[in-house]
Design a protein around this ligand. Structure first.
Ligand SMILES: [Zn+2]
Length: 603
């Protein structure tokens, strides 16, 4: 708690901390407030004045609400616009809300920022780490450990339902709740009172109204105004019966298919990408969509010049919905578009995909090096895909070990476009830093099919971080490891059965200092699954807590299931969905302190 307050008010006095401490009782809200507030310089002019006024009210024993605050500010001759500031409202809303209101909220993004998001996504190399939809992006932004990034992303907050408020009579009406939320300074989602007769009309209204919104919307919810009646309906296995959700149909546009681009990837898989006449979809211009694999190309009977319908899945990812003309005149290429060597259609589980069969394909190399230098792998700063492409084209790097010998080409590199002395020195420094790493990161960075970082860690732990043991392990032993199946085991043994791979790995290892994953004593949490939620205090962040658990043999997953052994949440009594789920399943909820005790006792 104290740590969280200090985060909100890094330079605050004790009195100020006491105010916030008294007002902010809910840890989650503190974190949200912290993320929102630290993006601004807290002590600047109006904000500072506003906060001082709140402190004075608190010290005088007066209520710290919007009305009293406005009066107090008037008495102090503060400029009238201060209490209208977005910031004032946010601060108050967060403070008051946390004190005695639990709320649901929709945090939405402005459309301009939606375009920015597409940019953000473009900068994320790992396909799996890209944001899938606005909601996903929004929560990701609020949870950023870097407040500056959070602030840059213009997150806004709209309440759409009130769960409870102590000592406030809501007159058994949802509409009353919304108006009350407004009176407390919340922005709330637009709503209308309807009857069975006027529901269609309202849907029609909203279907047009959302086009003028600054933020995307995926549907409408119809909810009984009568709170007691709605609650009396109970709920199905998953959803309460007092509400009906409607999803907007996807926006679909017709266009003409001009070309299929075949784009090779690290594994040799060549992805078909449809290129069509540009169309406006959900606020952006779209002219390309992945067709994913050869089976879909065939299923849609695609041909150049066909009239196709396109839409954005989750309002983000362009897709072909239908091919209206189905000319089927497209030829699947027999050569890789990058290296010109043989490409072959291979069938796996009913799905046909095109692969480049050339192990030395440049496209594969570029993608492989891109994974190699990425943050979760060797974490080498200063080597963008474009730079790697140039280094490969100039023949500087053939295998991973060559990257650490790039200094040999200093004279040529500093003369390269956009690569001066400074970037070269920076690259040398990050290479030096990257040399010290863990075996799991090395294994992951090799880009072996099906081996992600989590699997690499599990495998390294099993083999005691001994590369030679891993190299010579047989498929049976590997697949006997918990969570590692025969497919992963096969990928690993295939990789190490190739002499060339081993030679390249030896070259790489000659440049590295591999430190063992820290093991604090025994693997006391072996075969145990943890979920961590909310903020942590003992650990610097959740990632650190995760590493600690993993070092003791445990696993940390994202959601509470019947396989979860413990949920770690400092707010053990909160009504968060994870807490509820844990209670339903009888899974113990531990505070960090409880967890540390458990660690001590288990040793
Ligand atoms: Zn190729």
């Amino acid at each position: 708690m104290e740590a969280a307050i200090k985060r909100i008010l890094p330079h605050s006095t004790e009195a100020e901390q006491a105010v916030v401490g008294a007002m902010l009782m809910d840890k989650d809200a503190i974190m949200v407030a912290a993320e929102m507030l630290t993006g601004e310089d807290f002590y600047q002019s109006a904000y500072g004045m506003l906060f001082d006024a709140m402190v004075e009210l608190f010290q005088a024993g007066k209520p710290v609400d919007l009305i009293t605050l406005q009066e107090h500010l008037k008495e102090k001759n503060a400029p009238p616009e201060i209490s209208g500031l977005e910031f004032a409202r946010e601060l108050l809303v967060n403070a008051q809300t946390s004190a005695n209101i639990k709320y649901y909220a929709e945090i939405v993004r402005e459309k301009a920022t939606l375009r920015k998001m597409i940019k953000i996504n473009e900068e994320i190399a790992d396909v799996d780490a890209k944001y899938k939809n606005p909601r996903n992006l929004c929560s990701g932004s609020v949870r950023q450990l870097n407040n500056q990034i959070t602030a840059e992303r213009n997150v806004r907050f709209y309440a759409f339902a009130l769960v409870s408020a102590q000592d406030v009579d809501m007159h058994n009406s949802r509409a009353y709740q919304m108006e009350w939320l407004k009176s407390q300074g919340f922005e709330v989602v637009e709503y209308r009172m309807v009857t069975g007769e006027s529901l269609d009309e309202a849907m029609d209204y909203f279907s047009h109204a959302i086009e003028n919104n600054d933020f995307p919307s995926d549907g409408l919810v119809a909810l009984y105004d009568d709170i007691a009646y709605g609650d009396s309906l109970g709920s199905t296995a998953k959803f309460p019966r007092n509400a009906f959700a409607f999803k907007w149909a996807d926006e679909i546009r017709e266009t003409t298919l001009r070309e299929i681009e075949w784009s090779p990837s690290r594994t040799g898989l060549i992805n078909p990408i449809a290129v069509f006449d540009p169309v406006e979809l959900e606020g952006t211009t779209v002219s390309r969509a992945s067709v994913h694999n050869v089976s879909i190309v065939k299923e849609l009977q695609l041909g150049i010049g066909d009239t196709i319908q396109v839409y954005k899945a989750n309002m983000i990812i362009p897709q072909i919905a239908e091919n209206l003309t189905r000319s089927s005149n497209l030829e699947i290429p027999h050569i890789c578009p990058v290296c010109g060597e043989e490409a072959r259609v291979i069938q796996e589980n009913e799905v046909e995909s095109l692969y480049c069969m050339n192990p030395d394909c440049v496209a594969k190399k570029i993608k492989a090096f891109t994974l190699f230098v990425s943050r979760d792998a060797m974490n080498i700063d200063g080597l963008s895909e474009a730079t790697l492409e140039k280094f490969i084209a100039k023949g500087f790097i053939h295998d991973f070990g060559d990257i650490f010998e790039i200094g040999k080409h200093r004279d040529e590199i500093v003369e390269m476009d956009g690569f001066g002395e400074k970037s070269f020195e920076n690259l040398m420094t990050s290479l030096d830093k990257a040399k010290e790493t863990t075996l799991a990161k090395v294994i992951y960075s090799l880009g072996i099919a099906n081996i992600g970082l989590a699997n690499a860690k599990v495998i390294c732990r099993h083999f005691d971080d001994d590369l030679e043991k891993i190299r010579h392990a047989d498929k049976e032993e590997i697949s006997s490891i918990d969570t590692i199946g025969p497919v992963i085991a096969g990928s690993l043994t295939d990789y190490f059965s190739n002499e060339d791979n081993n030679r390249k790995l030896d070259h790489l290892m000659s440049h590295l200092t591999v430190k063992k994953e820290e093991k604090t004593g025994e693997q006391i949490f072996r075969n145990m699954n943890f979920v961590i939620t909310g903020s942590v205090e003992h650990f610097a962040n959740r990632a650190q807590a995760k590493e600690f658990i993993e070092s003791l043999g445990g696993k940390v997953t994202g959601s509470v299931t019947s396989k979860t052994n413990y949920l770690i949440n400092n707010d053990t009594t909160s009504n968060s969905s994870k807490n509820k789920k844990a209670k339903e399943l009888g899974i113990p909820i531990l505070s960090e302190e409880d967890f540390l005790k458990l660690t001590e006792e288990s040793k």
